[in-house]
Design a protein around this ligand. Structure first.
Ligand SMILES: CC(=O)SCCNC(=O)CCNC(=O)[C@H](O)C(C)(C)COP(=O)(O)OP(=O)(O)OC[C@H]1O[C@@H](n2cnc3c(N)ncnc32)[C@H](O)[C@@H]1OP(=O)(O)O
Ligand SMILES: CC(C)C(=O)C(=O)O
Length: 391
Protein backbone atom coordinates (compact mmCIF):
# COMPACT_ATOMS: atom_id res chain seq x y z
CA UNK A 1 0.00 0.00 0.00
CA UNK A 2 1.44 3.38 -0.98
CA UNK A 3 1.73 6.04 1.66
CA UNK A 4 -0.77 8.10 -0.33
CA UNK A 5 -3.45 5.45 -0.19
CA UNK A 6 -6.33 6.11 2.19
CA UNK A 7 -8.00 2.88 3.28
CA UNK A 8 -11.78 3.00 3.13
CA UNK A 9 -13.35 1.23 6.11
CA UNK A 10 -17.05 0.85 5.45
CA UNK A 11 -19.29 0.55 8.51
CA UNK A 12 -22.68 0.72 6.76
CA UNK A 13 -23.54 -2.74 8.10
CA UNK A 14 -22.51 -1.92 11.67
CA UNK A 15 -22.72 1.78 12.59
CA UNK A 16 -25.09 2.39 9.65
CA UNK A 17 -27.27 -0.47 10.77
CA UNK A 18 -27.69 1.20 14.18
CA UNK A 19 -30.08 3.72 12.55
CA UNK A 20 -33.56 3.64 14.09
CA UNK A 21 -36.00 2.20 11.59
CA UNK A 22 -33.37 0.25 9.67
CA UNK A 23 -34.80 -3.01 8.36
CA UNK A 24 -32.05 -5.23 7.02
CA UNK A 25 -32.11 -8.99 7.03
CA UNK A 26 -29.12 -11.26 6.45
CA UNK A 27 -29.95 -11.72 2.74
CA UNK A 28 -29.95 -7.97 2.19
CA UNK A 29 -26.73 -7.56 4.18
CA UNK A 30 -25.06 -10.15 1.97
CA UNK A 31 -26.09 -8.28 -1.18
CA UNK A 32 -24.77 -5.00 0.24
CA UNK A 33 -21.51 -6.64 1.39
CA UNK A 34 -20.95 -8.08 -2.08
CA UNK A 35 -21.50 -4.68 -3.65
CA UNK A 36 -19.18 -2.99 -1.13
CA UNK A 37 -16.52 -5.54 -2.04
CA UNK A 38 -17.03 -4.76 -5.76
CA UNK A 39 -16.97 -1.03 -4.97
CA UNK A 40 -13.41 -1.50 -3.70
CA UNK A 41 -13.72 -0.76 0.02
CA UNK A 42 -10.70 -2.04 1.94
CA UNK A 43 -12.53 -3.12 5.08
CA UNK A 44 -16.17 -4.10 5.66
CA UNK A 45 -17.29 -3.81 9.27
CA UNK A 46 -19.98 -6.47 9.12
CA UNK A 47 -21.53 -6.17 12.58
CA UNK A 48 -21.18 -6.61 16.34
CA UNK A 49 -21.26 -10.43 16.59
CA UNK A 50 -21.94 -10.76 20.34
CA UNK A 51 -24.96 -8.47 20.15
CA UNK A 52 -27.47 -11.06 18.86
CA UNK A 53 -27.65 -14.47 17.18
CA UNK A 54 -28.86 -12.73 14.02
CA UNK A 55 -25.88 -10.38 13.89
CA UNK A 56 -23.49 -13.27 14.55
CA UNK A 57 -25.05 -15.16 11.64
CA UNK A 58 -24.75 -12.13 9.34
CA UNK A 59 -21.08 -11.54 10.17
CA UNK A 60 -20.34 -15.23 9.65
CA UNK A 61 -22.21 -15.33 6.32
CA UNK A 62 -20.52 -12.12 5.10
CA UNK A 63 -17.11 -13.56 6.07
CA UNK A 64 -17.80 -16.50 3.78
CA UNK A 65 -18.66 -14.50 0.65
CA UNK A 66 -16.37 -11.45 0.70
CA UNK A 67 -13.53 -11.97 -1.78
CA UNK A 68 -11.24 -8.97 -1.49
CA UNK A 69 -11.96 -6.78 1.52
CA UNK A 70 -10.94 -7.43 5.11
CA UNK A 71 -14.01 -8.40 7.16
CA UNK A 72 -14.22 -6.82 10.59
CA UNK A 73 -16.33 -7.42 13.70
CA UNK A 74 -16.80 -4.92 16.54
CA UNK A 75 -16.44 -5.76 20.23
CA UNK A 76 -16.18 -4.11 23.61
CA UNK A 77 -13.04 -4.68 25.69
CA UNK A 78 -14.74 -7.79 26.99
CA UNK A 79 -13.27 -11.29 26.57
CA UNK A 80 -16.51 -12.94 25.53
CA UNK A 81 -17.24 -10.26 22.88
CA UNK A 82 -13.80 -10.87 21.40
CA UNK A 83 -14.10 -14.66 21.49
CA UNK A 84 -17.51 -14.53 19.79
CA UNK A 85 -16.24 -12.07 17.15
CA UNK A 86 -13.29 -14.35 16.37
CA UNK A 87 -15.72 -17.25 15.94
CA UNK A 88 -17.98 -15.24 13.60
CA UNK A 89 -14.98 -14.15 11.53
CA UNK A 90 -13.36 -17.55 11.23
CA UNK A 91 -14.27 -18.00 7.53
CA UNK A 92 -12.98 -14.57 6.48
CA UNK A 93 -9.95 -14.53 4.18
CA UNK A 94 -8.60 -11.55 6.09
CA UNK A 95 -10.37 -11.07 9.43
CA UNK A 96 -10.02 -8.06 11.71
CA UNK A 97 -11.22 -7.68 15.29
CA UNK A 98 -12.15 -4.11 16.23
CA UNK A 99 -12.03 -3.72 19.99
CA UNK A 100 -11.81 -0.73 22.28
CA UNK A 101 -13.03 1.27 25.21
CA UNK A 102 -14.13 4.83 26.10
CA UNK A 103 -11.22 7.11 27.01
CA UNK A 104 -12.79 10.53 27.66
CA UNK A 105 -13.25 11.85 31.16
CA UNK A 106 -17.01 11.50 30.87
CA UNK A 107 -16.88 7.90 29.66
CA UNK A 108 -14.36 6.86 32.29
CA UNK A 109 -16.22 8.59 35.11
CA UNK A 110 -19.87 7.95 34.22
CA UNK A 111 -19.88 4.83 32.04
CA UNK A 112 -17.14 2.83 33.67
CA UNK A 113 -16.93 4.49 37.13
CA UNK A 114 -13.24 3.87 36.76
CA UNK A 115 -9.93 5.66 36.35
CA UNK A 116 -7.45 6.30 33.54
CA UNK A 117 -4.93 3.62 34.54
CA UNK A 118 -7.59 0.92 34.82
CA UNK A 119 -8.88 1.83 31.33
CA UNK A 120 -5.39 1.44 29.85
CA UNK A 121 -5.09 -1.95 31.53
CA UNK A 122 -8.44 -3.10 30.11
CA UNK A 123 -7.52 -1.80 26.65
CA UNK A 124 -4.20 -3.65 26.63
CA UNK A 125 -5.83 -6.85 27.86
CA UNK A 126 -8.47 -6.67 25.12
CA UNK A 127 -5.95 -6.07 22.34
CA UNK A 128 -3.68 -8.88 23.57
CA UNK A 129 -6.63 -11.26 23.76
CA UNK A 130 -7.86 -10.29 20.27
CA UNK A 131 -4.33 -10.79 19.01
CA UNK A 132 -4.48 -14.42 20.18
CA UNK A 133 -7.16 -14.99 17.48
CA UNK A 134 -6.20 -12.71 14.57
CA UNK A 135 -3.17 -10.78 13.34
CA UNK A 136 -5.12 -7.65 12.44
CA UNK A 137 -6.49 -5.90 15.54
CA UNK A 138 -7.94 -2.42 15.44
CA UNK A 139 -8.34 -0.50 18.69
CA UNK A 140 -10.92 2.31 19.15
CA UNK A 141 -10.56 4.94 21.85
CA UNK A 142 -14.24 5.79 22.11
CA UNK A 143 -14.94 9.53 22.46
CA UNK A 144 -11.33 10.31 21.51
CA UNK A 145 -12.67 13.60 20.18
CA UNK A 146 -13.23 14.75 23.79
CA UNK A 147 -10.24 12.90 25.24
CA UNK A 148 -7.23 14.81 26.49
CA UNK A 149 -4.44 14.40 23.89
CA UNK A 150 -1.69 13.54 26.37
CA UNK A 151 -3.75 10.70 27.90
CA UNK A 152 -4.92 9.54 24.46
CA UNK A 153 -1.28 9.28 23.36
CA UNK A 154 -0.53 7.07 26.39
CA UNK A 155 -3.47 4.79 25.52
CA UNK A 156 -2.31 4.55 21.90
CA UNK A 157 1.25 3.74 22.89
CA UNK A 158 0.11 0.97 25.24
CA UNK A 159 -2.17 -0.71 22.68
CA UNK A 160 0.45 -0.53 19.94
CA UNK A 161 2.82 -2.37 22.30
CA UNK A 162 0.07 -4.96 22.80
CA UNK A 163 -0.12 -5.48 19.02
CA UNK A 164 -2.80 -3.11 17.68
CA UNK A 165 -2.35 -2.63 13.94
CA UNK A 166 -4.86 0.21 13.53
CA UNK A 167 -5.69 3.00 15.99
CA UNK A 168 -9.18 4.38 15.59
CA UNK A 169 -9.59 7.93 16.93
CA UNK A 170 -13.37 8.39 16.93
CA UNK A 171 -15.07 11.71 17.32
CA UNK A 172 -17.93 9.68 18.76
CA UNK A 173 -20.10 12.67 19.63
CA UNK A 174 -19.29 14.74 16.53
CA UNK A 175 -17.96 17.54 18.73
CA UNK A 176 -14.60 18.49 17.22
CA UNK A 177 -13.97 21.35 14.83
CA UNK A 178 -11.93 20.32 11.78
CA UNK A 179 -8.75 22.11 12.91
CA UNK A 180 -9.03 20.48 16.37
CA UNK A 181 -9.52 17.00 14.95
CA UNK A 182 -6.62 17.50 12.52
CA UNK A 183 -4.41 18.75 15.37
CA UNK A 184 -5.31 15.65 17.43
CA UNK A 185 -4.15 13.33 14.66
CA UNK A 186 -0.97 15.40 14.19
CA UNK A 187 -0.31 15.29 17.95
CA UNK A 188 -0.59 11.49 17.97
CA UNK A 189 1.67 11.18 14.92
CA UNK A 190 4.28 13.28 16.71
CA UNK A 191 3.98 11.97 20.28
CA UNK A 192 3.10 8.26 20.22
CA UNK A 193 6.13 5.98 20.33
CA UNK A 194 5.82 3.21 17.74
CA UNK A 195 3.12 5.06 15.76
CA UNK A 196 4.81 4.02 12.50
CA UNK A 197 3.76 0.44 13.25
CA UNK A 198 0.07 1.34 13.15
CA UNK A 199 -2.39 3.12 10.88
CA UNK A 200 -4.36 6.01 12.36
CA UNK A 201 -8.06 5.91 11.51
CA UNK A 202 -10.77 8.61 11.49
CA UNK A 203 -14.27 7.71 12.65
CA UNK A 204 -16.25 10.94 12.76
CA UNK A 205 -19.89 11.50 13.60
CA UNK A 206 -22.02 14.22 12.10
CA UNK A 207 -23.76 15.84 15.09
CA UNK A 208 -22.58 19.30 13.98
CA UNK A 209 -22.45 18.49 10.26
CA UNK A 210 -18.64 18.24 10.40
CA UNK A 211 -18.00 14.52 9.94
CA UNK A 212 -16.70 14.77 6.39
CA UNK A 213 -14.61 17.90 7.06
CA UNK A 214 -13.09 16.28 10.15
CA UNK A 215 -12.19 13.07 8.33
CA UNK A 216 -10.50 15.04 5.55
CA UNK A 217 -8.51 17.07 8.13
CA UNK A 218 -7.58 13.74 9.70
CA UNK A 219 -6.04 12.35 6.53
CA UNK A 220 -4.36 15.64 5.68
CA UNK A 221 -2.67 15.36 9.08
CA UNK A 222 -1.49 11.78 8.68
CA UNK A 223 -4.39 9.36 9.23
CA UNK A 224 -4.59 6.71 6.50
CA UNK A 225 -7.99 5.13 7.11
CA UNK A 226 -11.46 6.69 7.03
CA UNK A 227 -14.44 4.94 8.62
CA UNK A 228 -17.59 5.85 6.78
CA UNK A 229 -20.98 4.70 5.57
CA UNK A 230 -22.94 4.86 2.35
CA UNK A 231 -25.21 7.94 2.41
CA UNK A 232 -23.61 8.95 5.74
CA UNK A 233 -26.10 6.88 7.72
CA UNK A 234 -25.32 5.92 11.31
CA UNK A 235 -26.02 6.51 14.97
CA UNK A 236 -27.89 9.83 15.62
CA UNK A 237 -26.91 12.36 12.90
CA UNK A 238 -24.84 9.71 11.17
CA UNK A 239 -21.25 9.08 10.13
CA UNK A 240 -18.89 10.43 7.51
CA UNK A 241 -20.41 9.72 4.08
CA UNK A 242 -18.22 7.39 2.04
CA UNK A 243 -19.20 9.00 -1.26
CA UNK A 244 -18.23 12.45 0.05
CA UNK A 245 -14.73 11.67 1.30
CA UNK A 246 -13.94 9.55 -1.76
CA UNK A 247 -15.02 12.30 -4.18
CA UNK A 248 -13.24 15.02 -2.18
CA UNK A 249 -9.97 13.11 -2.49
CA UNK A 250 -10.62 12.44 -6.19
CA UNK A 251 -11.57 16.04 -7.05
CA UNK A 252 -8.60 17.51 -5.18
CA UNK A 253 -5.65 15.60 -6.65
CA UNK A 254 -3.11 18.10 -5.21
CA UNK A 255 -3.82 16.53 -1.79
CA UNK A 256 -2.02 13.52 -3.24
CA UNK A 257 -4.27 11.05 -1.42
CA UNK A 258 -6.23 8.34 -3.19
CA UNK A 259 -8.57 5.43 -2.60
CA UNK A 260 -9.35 2.22 -4.48
CA UNK A 261 -13.05 3.05 -4.84
CA UNK A 262 -14.76 2.49 -8.22
CA UNK A 263 -16.57 5.79 -8.10
CA UNK A 264 -18.97 4.97 -10.98
CA UNK A 265 -20.68 2.55 -8.58
CA UNK A 266 -21.46 5.20 -5.95
CA UNK A 267 -24.94 6.18 -7.11
CA UNK A 268 -26.08 2.57 -7.56
CA UNK A 269 -24.89 1.46 -4.14
CA UNK A 270 -26.43 4.53 -2.53
CA UNK A 271 -29.81 3.53 -4.00
CA UNK A 272 -29.32 -0.09 -2.96
CA UNK A 273 -28.61 0.86 0.67
CA UNK A 274 -31.42 3.38 0.82
CA UNK A 275 -33.97 0.95 -0.70
CA UNK A 276 -32.91 -2.07 1.36
CA UNK A 277 -32.81 -0.19 4.65
CA UNK A 278 -35.96 1.79 4.00
CA UNK A 279 -33.98 4.96 4.83
CA UNK A 280 -34.79 7.80 2.45
CA UNK A 281 -31.87 9.91 1.13
CA UNK A 282 -32.44 13.67 1.27
CA UNK A 283 -32.65 15.15 -2.28
CA UNK A 284 -29.91 17.70 -1.60
CA UNK A 285 -27.47 15.03 -0.31
CA UNK A 286 -24.00 15.68 -1.77
CA UNK A 287 -22.97 13.32 -4.60
CA UNK A 288 -25.92 10.90 -4.48
CA UNK A 289 -29.02 13.01 -3.72
CA UNK A 290 -31.70 13.28 -6.43
CA UNK A 291 -30.84 16.98 -6.91
CA UNK A 292 -27.04 16.66 -6.77
CA UNK A 293 -26.88 17.06 -10.56
CA UNK A 294 -30.21 18.81 -11.19
CA UNK A 295 -30.31 22.46 -12.29
CA UNK A 296 -33.53 24.38 -11.97
CA UNK A 297 -32.77 28.08 -12.20
CA UNK A 298 -32.37 29.85 -15.52
CA UNK A 299 -28.91 31.39 -15.04
CA UNK A 300 -27.44 28.04 -13.94
CA UNK A 301 -29.25 26.13 -16.69
CA UNK A 302 -28.00 28.53 -19.37
CA UNK A 303 -24.43 28.05 -18.02
CA UNK A 304 -24.67 24.25 -17.86
CA UNK A 305 -26.14 24.03 -21.38
CA UNK A 306 -23.21 26.13 -22.66
CA UNK A 307 -20.67 24.16 -20.65
CA UNK A 308 -21.38 21.69 -17.83
CA UNK A 309 -18.35 22.85 -15.83
CA UNK A 310 -19.84 26.30 -15.18
CA UNK A 311 -21.96 24.81 -12.40
CA UNK A 312 -20.70 21.23 -11.90
CA UNK A 313 -17.45 20.25 -10.21
CA UNK A 314 -18.05 16.54 -10.79
CA UNK A 315 -18.90 14.77 -14.02
CA UNK A 316 -22.11 12.92 -13.06
CA UNK A 317 -20.92 9.85 -14.99
CA UNK A 318 -17.97 9.59 -12.58
CA UNK A 319 -20.40 8.69 -9.79
CA UNK A 320 -22.79 6.62 -11.90
CA UNK A 321 -25.40 9.27 -12.69
CA UNK A 322 -26.23 9.10 -16.42
CA UNK A 323 -26.60 12.83 -16.99
CA UNK A 324 -27.37 16.16 -15.36
CA UNK A 325 -31.00 17.20 -15.30
CA UNK A 326 -32.42 20.49 -16.54
CA UNK A 327 -35.59 20.87 -14.48
CA UNK A 328 -38.10 23.38 -15.84
CA UNK A 329 -39.72 25.72 -13.33
CA UNK A 330 -40.89 29.34 -13.33
CA UNK A 331 -37.25 30.21 -12.45
CA UNK A 332 -36.08 28.79 -15.80
CA UNK A 333 -35.17 30.97 -18.75
CA UNK A 334 -35.45 30.64 -22.51
CA UNK A 335 -32.21 28.65 -22.86
CA UNK A 336 -33.58 25.86 -20.69
CA UNK A 337 -36.96 25.87 -22.40
CA UNK A 338 -35.36 25.71 -25.86
CA UNK A 339 -33.05 22.92 -24.70
CA UNK A 340 -35.84 20.76 -23.30
CA UNK A 341 -38.07 21.50 -26.33
CA UNK A 342 -35.25 20.41 -28.66
CA UNK A 343 -34.86 17.17 -26.67
CA UNK A 344 -38.43 16.26 -27.57
CA UNK A 345 -38.10 17.31 -31.21
CA UNK A 346 -38.98 21.03 -31.39
CA UNK A 347 -36.41 23.41 -32.94
CA UNK A 348 -37.86 26.81 -31.96
CA UNK A 349 -37.02 30.08 -33.71
CA UNK A 350 -36.28 33.11 -31.54
CA UNK A 351 -39.73 34.52 -32.22
CA UNK A 352 -41.47 31.25 -31.37
CA UNK A 353 -39.40 30.86 -28.22
CA UNK A 354 -40.22 34.39 -26.99
CA UNK A 355 -43.94 33.79 -27.48
CA UNK A 356 -44.02 30.27 -26.03
CA UNK A 357 -41.92 31.37 -23.07
CA UNK A 358 -44.72 33.70 -21.90
CA UNK A 359 -47.23 30.83 -21.90
CA UNK A 360 -44.66 28.57 -20.28
CA UNK A 361 -44.14 31.02 -17.36
CA UNK A 362 -47.86 31.31 -16.72
CA UNK A 363 -48.15 27.53 -16.72
CA UNK A 364 -45.04 27.03 -14.54
CA UNK A 365 -46.24 29.54 -11.94
CA UNK A 366 -49.30 27.35 -11.45
CA UNK A 367 -47.81 23.88 -11.84
CA UNK A 368 -44.26 24.47 -10.46
CA UNK A 369 -42.45 21.71 -12.39
CA UNK A 370 -43.03 21.41 -16.12
CA UNK A 371 -42.57 18.01 -17.75
CA UNK A 372 -42.12 16.88 -21.37
CA UNK A 373 -45.78 16.33 -21.99
CA UNK A 374 -46.56 19.84 -20.62
CA UNK A 375 -43.95 21.35 -22.98
CA UNK A 376 -45.47 19.47 -25.87
CA UNK A 377 -48.90 20.83 -25.02
CA UNK A 378 -47.73 24.41 -24.47
CA UNK A 379 -45.99 24.39 -27.87
CA UNK A 380 -48.84 22.70 -29.75
CA UNK A 381 -51.34 25.20 -28.25
CA UNK A 382 -49.22 28.14 -29.35
CA UNK A 383 -50.57 30.08 -32.32
CA UNK A 384 -47.19 31.54 -33.26
CA UNK A 385 -45.61 28.10 -33.37
CA UNK A 386 -48.06 26.89 -36.03
CA UNK A 387 -48.03 30.18 -37.96
CA UNK A 388 -44.25 30.27 -38.28
CA UNK A 389 -43.85 26.54 -38.84
CA UNK A 390 -46.38 26.47 -41.67
CA UNK A 391 -45.10 29.73 -43.27
C1 LIG B 1 -20.05 4.33 19.76
C2 LIG B 1 -20.62 3.06 19.27
O1 LIG B 1 -21.28 3.05 18.28
S1 LIG B 1 -20.27 1.69 20.12
C3 LIG B 1 -21.24 0.43 19.41
C4 LIG B 1 -22.64 0.59 19.77
N1 LIG B 1 -23.38 -0.55 19.33
C5 LIG B 1 -24.08 -1.28 20.17
O2 LIG B 1 -24.17 -1.02 21.36
C6 LIG B 1 -24.85 -2.44 19.57
C7 LIG B 1 -24.54 -3.74 20.22
N2 LIG B 1 -24.78 -3.72 21.67
C8 LIG B 1 -25.45 -4.72 22.30
O3 LIG B 1 -25.99 -5.61 21.67
C9 LIG B 1 -25.47 -4.73 23.81
O4 LIG B 1 -25.38 -3.38 24.27
C10 LIG B 1 -24.29 -5.58 24.38
C11 LIG B 1 -24.52 -7.04 23.99
C12 LIG B 1 -22.94 -5.13 23.82
C13 LIG B 1 -24.23 -5.46 25.87
O5 LIG B 1 -25.51 -5.69 26.41
P1 LIG B 1 -25.73 -5.71 28.02
O6 LIG B 1 -24.80 -6.69 28.59
O7 LIG B 1 -27.17 -5.91 28.23
O8 LIG B 1 -25.23 -4.27 28.52
P2 LIG B 1 -25.81 -2.82 28.24
O9 LIG B 1 -25.97 -2.61 26.77
O10 LIG B 1 -27.04 -2.58 29.04
O11 LIG B 1 -24.67 -1.89 28.83
C14 LIG B 1 -23.41 -1.85 28.25
C15 LIG B 1 -22.37 -2.40 29.21
O12 LIG B 1 -21.13 -2.51 28.50
C16 LIG B 1 -20.14 -1.69 29.12
N3 LIG B 1 -19.31 -1.18 28.06
C17 LIG B 1 -19.64 -0.25 27.14
N4 LIG B 1 -18.63 -0.08 26.29
C18 LIG B 1 -17.66 -0.91 26.68
C19 LIG B 1 -16.37 -1.19 26.17
N5 LIG B 1 -15.93 -0.60 25.06
N6 LIG B 1 -15.61 -2.10 26.82
C20 LIG B 1 -16.06 -2.73 27.92
N7 LIG B 1 -17.28 -2.50 28.44
C21 LIG B 1 -18.06 -1.61 27.81
C22 LIG B 1 -20.93 -0.63 29.84
O13 LIG B 1 -20.16 -0.02 30.82
C23 LIG B 1 -22.08 -1.47 30.38
O14 LIG B 1 -21.59 -2.24 31.42
P3 LIG B 1 -22.30 -2.22 32.89
O15 LIG B 1 -23.63 -2.87 32.67
O16 LIG B 1 -21.36 -3.04 33.71
O17 LIG B 1 -22.41 -0.82 33.31
C1 LIG C 1 -17.21 1.89 18.30
C2 LIG C 1 -16.67 3.15 17.82
C3 LIG C 1 -15.72 2.93 16.70
C4 LIG C 1 -17.74 4.08 17.38
O1 LIG C 1 -18.63 3.72 16.65
C5 LIG C 1 -17.66 5.46 17.84
O2 LIG C 1 -16.86 5.77 18.69
O3 LIG C 1 -18.45 6.27 17.33
Amino acid sequence: MSNNNVQIFDTTLRDGEQVPGCKLNTEQKLIIAEQLDNLGVDIIEAGFPVSSPGDFKSVEAISKIVKNATVCGLTRSVENDIKVAAEALKYAKTPRIHTGIGTSESHIKFKFKSNQEDIIERAVKAVSYAKSFVEDVEFYAEDAGRTDNEYLARVCEAVIKAGATVLNIPDTTGYCLPHEYGAKIKYLKEHVKGIDKAILSCHCHNDLGLATANSIEGVINGARQIECTINGIGERAGNTALEEVVMILKQHPYLNLDTRIQTEMLYGISQLVSDSMGIYTQPNKAIVGANAFAHSSGIHQDGVIKNRETYEIIDPKDVGVTESAIVLTARSGRAALAYRAKNIGYELTKLQLDEIYINFLNFADKKKEVNDSDIHQIIENSKVYHEITSA
